[in-house]
Design a protein around this ligand. Structure first.
Ligand SMILES: Cc1cc2nc3c(=O)[nH]c(=O)nc-3n(C[C@H](O)[C@H](O)[C@H](O)COP(=O)(O)OP(=O)(O)OC[C@H]3O[C@@H](n4cnc5c(N)ncnc54)[C@H](O)[C@@H]3O)c2cc1C
Length: 361
């Protein structure tokens, strides 16, 4: 191999780049977790024990030639990665793929799969003890979690509080989609309080059962037994060191060129949630970025100069389960899909294709 590629972060985007370049470069994938976490199925992993173990897919077979190094990048410069362990990795090309972070359970805050499994099982036990659940945020995470909880325990009361007056306010979806979503949420008996927020957070910790009463800005008292924050996504971009930090935007995402190079850099690329590409942040799109970046690095390694530009899809799409048999989707080519269509697409959370990515099939 003539070139070394350091890929930072082994999530959807990073693992895809690393595997695609394994035959053409010395790939070093830097990742602090002991296994890939299939985040897309994380909420089912809370409510349904049969899904908990499935969320973790080992890295062991991902690369044939390259290595997966269990460490965290502390600081990245144009051709050097300083690791939390104190070691340094030199590379001809670097791919930033550190994703974003959101409050648990949207993102697991443990690095070992055994600790992650233990935490998910403990959260399920807390939910089992609770009769009333309060979720803060009516984005995809809050709504999907509400649907999963109601599907698992139809008798629990679930309330979602959202400061915006609209569900899924970050995406642009047709009215027919919103009508179907509202109808299914009503049918499940999920209470929505939109256009308001809490005056203060509950006295108990997020995810830990314990009765509390809180008051909304509009003066409504809410009593529940457990609550979860389902909002607040932050890009994991605090690793940009000398020469790279100029690409960091105020929203903490990284400005990239159409070829997905970090702005101002020739050999440093970025993929996935960490980028400022104007589109919804999705695993599927992180993998599309990864394909473009892998093709571009391959071209450069092989002496070429004609790089591919990434093209956004132009319209938002979403596949939102509300429990194993419910949900609503909008895919521009297919239109609005209801419960059956959504369950058909996402019933198994694409698990087989991710196992295949990690050569675990
Ligand atoms: C509940 C839920 C459901 C979702 N459903 C869907 C869906 O149906 N379809 C869809 O397309 N998207 C979905 N998403 C969004 C999707 O999960 C993200 O867009 C996707 O994970 C982004 O991929 P990524 O490769 O950018 O980052 P990630 O997959 O988050 O991977 C980042 C990796 O970087 C590692 N890392 C972080 N910091 C460092 C560091 N300093 N050094 C080294 N490694 C580091 C992390 O440990 C992690 O493994 C969902 C998200 C959630 C929370």
């Amino acid at each position: 191999m003539t070139a070394t590629v350091a890929v930072i972060g082994g999530g959807y985007g990073g693992a895809t780049v690393a595997k695609a370049l394994d035959d053409v470069a010395d790939v070093i994938l830097i990742e602090p977790r002991d296994a890939f976490v299939h985040n897309v199925a994380a909420l089912r992993g809370v409510t349904d024990q049969s899904w908990t173990d499935k969320l973790f897919i080992p890295y062991g077979k991902l690369l044939t030639h390259g290595t997966v190094r269990r460490d965290r990048a502390a600081e990245v410069a144009a051709s050097t990665v300083r690791l939390a362990s104190g070691d340094t990795v030199e590379a001809d090309y670097i791919v930033l793929a550190t994703g974003s972070n959101a409050p648990y359970p949207a993102n697991l805050d443990t690095l070992d799969s055994w600790a992650g499994t233990k935490k998910l099982n403990a959260t399920r036990a807390e939910l089992e003890r609770a009769s009333r659940v309060l979720l803060l945020g009516a984005g995809p995470v809050g709504l999907e979690f509400a649907g999963e909880i109601k599907a698992a325990w139809p008798d629990k009361a679930v309330t979602v509080v959202e400061p915006q007056s609209r569900l899924l306010a970050n995406g642009a979806f047709p009215e027919q989609f919103h009508a179907e979503l509202r109808a299914q949420l009503d049918q499940l008996g999920i209470e929505l309080l939109l256009g308001t927020s809490l005056r203060e957070l509950p006295s108990s910790a997020s995810g830990v059962a314990g009765k509390f009463t809180v008051t909304t800005d509009s003066g409504t008292d809410l009593t529940a037994d457990v609550w979860f924050a389902c909002h607040g996504v932050t890009a994991n971009s605090d690793i940009l060191g000398e020469g790279l930090s100029g690409a960091l935007r105020v929203d903490r995402r990284i400005a990239v060129t159409p070829e997905l190079r970090v702005q101002g850099q020739e050999t440093v690329f970025a993929v996935g949630d960490i980028t400022a590409v104007p589109e919804l942040k999705m695993a599927r799109l992180a993998q599309k970025h990864a394909e473009v970046v892998a093709a571009n690095i391959r071209t450069l390694v092989e002496g070429g100069s004609e790089l591919t530009a990434y093209e956004t899809e132009g319209a938002d799409s979403i596949v939102l389960p509300l429990g194993p048999r419910g949900g609503v989707s909008y895919v521009p080519d297919l239109g609005v899909l209801g419960a059956a269509g959504t369950a058909d697409i996402k019933g198994t959370f694409f698990l087989d294709s991710y196992r295949e990515l990690f050569n675990q099939k």
